[in-house]
Design a protein around this ligand. Structure first.
Ligand SMILES: [Zn+2]
Length: 110
């Protein structure tokens, strides 16, 4: 299995499926299943049963379902498309992930 390249807070674009072309922020990655939860992408309806004891209102809830990491690409705002990333090593030795096309930084150092 390919190593998971996506990280939380990455901006990604969907390359396949019904949400193709949508972009969003990665909320969660699961390296075990290779599933990625992307903000506001791949919503699924979930039926929730009312539970008065827990004060849960029944009904339909929309929730992001995971997408397979292979259907996602890092999205570069400069290029306006899904791009490959590469790691740039700075003079001080720290690593930064940059767009392989325009070299804009896709991950700001913390
Ligand atoms: Zn770019």
């Amino acid at each position: 299995m390919a190593k998971m390249k996506l990280k939380k807070n990455d901006l990604v674009i969907v390359k396949a499926g019904k949400d193709r072309g949508k972009t969003g922020k990665v909320l969660k990655v699961d390296p075990e299943t290779n599933r990625v939860i992307v903000e506001k992408v791949n919503f699924v309806k979930q039926f929730v049963r009312a539970d008065r004891g827990k004060n849960i209102q029944g009904g339909v809830m929309e929730k992001e379902a995971g997408l397979d990491a292979s259907n996602l690409m890092i999205y570069c705002e400069e290029c306006g498309q899904g791009v490959r990333i590469r790691t740039k090593i700075l003079e001080d030795g720290s690593r930064m992930r940059v767009c392989s096309k325009c070299e804009s930084v896709l991950e700001k150092p913390k």
